[in-house]
Design a protein. Structure first.
Length: 316
């Protein structure tokens, strides 16, 4: 375990100094907790990759605080990309844009694109803004967990999973439970029309209100976070949409009863609550030592589709 620190103005200043010195700062966002480093610092980025066990060719998302900061990292992006920024930033949307010469291979995974996001979480925004005011340009921050495992939605999740890998100079900022609970929507803006590469809280219907979209879902030519077949995975085996047996965990909307002998891990009343509780329920199943977790997936589009995507990858 690694100590966690409740957020304060003093802690934001300390965390900024830590980032500028090359240390790691885990911090809350509205989606999940991020494992942050100075995106210009190759040594710090390499250490973050090592702690996560992340493949070097798997890119990370750079977090910024204002739209005008995009120009440092990206170039020659489309008018629809600007429209999406203005509509959904700050928020749970990552845009994949043609990279500038400032976006190095060590954050892009060697690709000619860079992923950028402005989070809406107040702590994250204050940290990023302060970091940039003091000379930084962006914080590279994938989810604060080992590569392929369950994303963290609390500071204690980060501490329990990564604490043994962190040094005294590193920080974990406690900002409470993540509001959304699943990762950002990722949108490829390298084509004539945008296409959704990862589902999230910014839904297809919301995007269509701004621009038409490209329905091509072939990811062979581009690598993004969360695109592997198996991802977001607990130690327990996750199975979908069948009745839970005695001794198995179950995650389902509250309207679905718990079968006799099954262990209820979450009973959210809404799809929004389902997303917020999903990862913590999977972690609880592992904490309880369960061998199998049954997830009854929500129906519908939007956030329900994002939940089904995460559970499907967890079960692969």
């Amino acid at each position: 375990m690694h100590p966690v620190s409740k957020c304060s103005l003093e802690l934001i200043e300390k965390a900024t100094s830590s980032l500028l010195s090359g240390a790691i700062v885990a911090f809350p966002t509205e989606t999940v907790y991020g494992l942050g480093v100075d995106a210009d610092n190759q040594v710090a980025v390499a250490r973050m990759y090592e702690i996560k066990g992340r493949p070097a060719d798997h890119p990370v998302i750079v977090h910024i605080s204002k739209i005008n900061e995009v120009d440092y990292w990206a170039k020659d992006f489309s008018k629809y990309a600007i429209a999406l920024m203005r509509k959904f930033w700050p928020g749970a949307m990552t845009l994949i844009l043609p990279r500038s010469d400032k976006a190095k291979n060590f954050i892009t995974g060697g690709q000619e694109f860079v992923g950028l996001r402005i989070p809406s979480n107040t702590i994250a925004l204050n940290l990023i803004s302060n970091f940039i005011e003091r000379g930084g340009h962006g914080i590279a921050a994938p989810s604060a967990n080992r590569f392929g495992s369950i994303s963290p939605t609390s500071a204690s999740d980060v501490s329990s999973e990564l604490g043994e890998f962190l040094d005294e100079k590193d920080l974990i900022i406690d900002g409470g439970k993540s509001e959304i609970g699943v990762e950002s929507t990722i949108i490829d803006c390298s084509r004539a029309l945008p296409r959704i590469l990862r589902l999230g809280a910014v839904t297809e219907a919301m995007i269509r209100e701004v621009t038409p979209i490209d329905l091509d879902n072939d990811l062979n030519e581009i690598r993004v976070s969360g695109s592997l077949t198996r991802h977001y995975s607990p130690k327990a085996k996750v199975v979908l949409d069948r009745e839970a047996k005695p001794g198995e965990g179950i995650i389902a909307l509250a309207e679905i009863p718990t079968p006799a002998g099954a262990i209820r891990l979450a009973e959210p009343k809404t799809v929004t609550e389902y997303a917020r509780s999903l990862y913590s329920a999977l972690r609880e199943g592992d904490t309880k030592g369960l061998k199998t977790i049954v997830a009854i997936t929500p129906i519908g589009d939007g956030l329900a589709a994002a939940i089904r995507d995460r559970i499907s990858r967890a079960s692969a």
